[in-house]
Design a protein around this ligand. Structure first.
Ligand code: ADP
Length: 541
């Protein structure tokens, strides 16, 4: 072990009264962090080559000045070996030679934890923590003590002449966190004058590479307005603590730090610098942000479910009220003219059909994307299939003419025929519903991305109605979304047709979207992959 008096900071054997308060305060913090009953701080007396007890927690005043030679007892072992020493039961430990009868009391010390205080590789003090219970210091306590001792070493080294209060921020941070505590001292010109190994590790650079550089260059987060203000305030004598500062590390990765700023004063010269304690809470901040996002998603899902329940009950209640009303008329007014009774009967049927469709669509929507939704795929000649569809749906309206434009020679695809017919039915029925003036509804079939992995067929349904505002292009596919003009024109609907269509197309591995028709109106297109891809829906054979 190398212990040169010139490299070690010159430690006064008898600290001044104001430093005494600081040292005792530090030991209180250390003892609390470790759950120890007593703690002692020994500093190296460079003239005698032994240790002198200069501060304590839970010790009688007579303990002050107690001296330990290098290698003597457990404390001396720490100095001699330059490493921390743990004894789970000092009464059985042959290294624990001497008991300090004068201030130990009748119950002997059982657990002992000694931690060296270092300046670089040089040990210039020892922190001792004791308990009357055996095996009192677990790994958690040992990490805390190591971190805090590291911090204490820097503080004492820098502040030994200053009248500092016990650094409360230090206790607060170290007691509540187990992450390594980085520390650096900064002079009045905001240049780094020292740094500990935890900070060097945090920054991925050796300590020597940090010292002498501008603090903001070493730790770019210090350039953030809040951190800069806190650093400048500390340089004017006001300590500060920032529990979360976000920024980037020197490599440009996102970083979240807890920062404490402790002014270092000299009674004769005022503030001469600051100690900055740096706690890397990037991982904790990331987990917290993830948790917040999960919470927000859960709340959103709950709100959506509430909205769905409200809409479903409202959408069902409206036609149900009509069904009940006209059914009552039919029941009570047997004497009414046959024409009226026929009209009431028609309305009952109409509203009941709407309710049935609503129930079907809600069921579809609930099943889509779940294991209960099964595609019954079969090989389908798409050209023939579209011709049949045009024939079937051609009778939907007298005002509309459905045309078919086929831009492929032939096309066979494995699809669920009924489900794709349902999508086409929805799209064409919408063109009819939202374009009562009538005209040509153009159905087209073409290939895209031919001979690539993304090869697909694209089916389009174009109308020339007043169209849909482009900002609603995504929203119209959301469940229960109904456009203004649909409602204004009293067009009956559930707001579920496009959402169900989207689910069916996506289950086939395809995509559905809306474009503005260059000639006015809307074009709905959906693609179906030509390869053997499947978006995860079960395939029934
Ligand atoms: P619904 O037709 O029952 O309201 P959809 O999910 O099928 O439900 O459609 C959602 C909304 O999208 C409609 O309310 C309407 O505003 C708009 N929309 C759908 N298709 C067309 C179309 N061809 N032309 C104009 N608007 C349309």
């Amino acid at each position: 072990m190398q212990r040169s008096p010139s490299a070690a900071p010159p430690v006064p054997a008898a600290p001044r009264r104001d430093l005494q308060t600081t040292l005792d305060g530090l030991m209180d913090g250390l003892a609390a962090a470790a759950g120890a009953e007593a703690g002692a701080l020994y500093l190296l007396d460079v003239d005698h080559g032994d240790l002198a007890l200069v501060g304590g927690s839970g010790l009688p005043p007579s303990a002050l000045g107690h001296r330990v030679a290098s290698g003597e007892g457990l404390v001396g072992q720490v100095l001699a070996t330059s490493r921390s020493v743990l004894s789970v039961d000092a009464t059985l430990d042959p290294r624990a030679l001497r008991r300090r009868q004068d201030w130990e009391g009748p119950d002997p010390v059982r657990s002992f934890l000694g931690q060296p205080l270092r300046a670089g590789t040089v040990v210039w003090g020892v922190v001792e923590l004791t308990s009357r219970h055996a095996d009192a210091f677990g790994p958690r306590e040992r990490v805390r003590v190591a971190t805090l001792a590291d911090a204490a070493a820097l503080l004492i080294e820098q502040a030994r002449l200053a009248a500092q209060p016990p650094p409360a921020a230090l206790e607060q941070m170290v007691v509540s966190e187990d992450a390594p505590l980085g520390m650096l001292t900064v002079n009045a010109r905001q240049r780094v004058t020292s740094a500990n190994t935890a900070l060097a590790r945090l920054l991925g650079q050796p300590v020597e590479a940090l010292v002498g550089r501008a603090a903001m260059a070493v730790l770019p987060v210090l350039g953030r307005p809040r951190a800069r203000d806190a650093m400048e305030a500390a340089l004017r004598g006001t300590p500060g603590h920032l529990s979360l500062v976000r920024g980037a590390d020197p490599q440009g990765h996102e970083q979240s730090l807890g920062l404490s700023f402790i002014p270092l004063g000299d009674p004769s010269r005022g503030v001469v610098g600051i100690v900055i304690l740096v706690l890397d809470i990037t991982e904790r901040a990331r987990l917290e942000a993830e948790l917040r996002a999960q919470n927000a998603r859960a709340l959103e899902a709950r709100d959506r479910l509430r909205a769905v329940v409200e809409v479903v009950s409202h959408e069902l209640r409206t036609p149900l009220t009509s069904v009940l009303g006209y059914a009552r008329l039919l029941h009570d007014r047997l004497d009414a003219p046959p024409a009226s009774r026929a009209r009431w009967g028609e309305l009952v049927l109409d509203k009941a059909r709407l309710m049935a469709r609503l129930v079907d669509e809600i069921t579809d929507l609930a099943r889509l994307g779940s294991a209960n939704f099964v595609l019954r795929r079969e090989a389908v000649d798409l050209v023939a299939f579209l011709r049949e569809t045009v024939d079937d749906l051609g009778t939907l309206s007298d005002h509309h003419r459905i045309t078919l434009g086929v831009h492929v020679a032939s096309c066979h695809l494995s699809i669920d025929r009924d489900r794709i017919a349902q999508v086409l039915g929805n799209l064409i029925a919408n063109a009819v519903k939202y374009w009562p003036e009538g005209g040509e509804i153009a159905l087209t079939l073409r290939r895209t991305n031919e001979r690539t992995a993304a090869a697909a067929v694209e089916i389009g349904v174009a109308d020339r109605d007043p169209g849909i505002p482009p900002e609603l292009a995504e929203q119209i596919f959301e469940p229960f979304f109904r456009g203004q003009e649909g409602q204004a024109r009293q067009v009956s609907g559930t707001g579920l047709g496009l959402a169900v269509s989207k689910g069916i197309v996506e289950a086939h591995g395809g995509r559905i979207w809306m474009e503005a028709n260059p000639g006015g109106g809307a074009v709905f297109r959906f693609s179906l992959p030509e390869g053997p891809r499947d978006a995860g829906a079960a395939v029934e054979v």
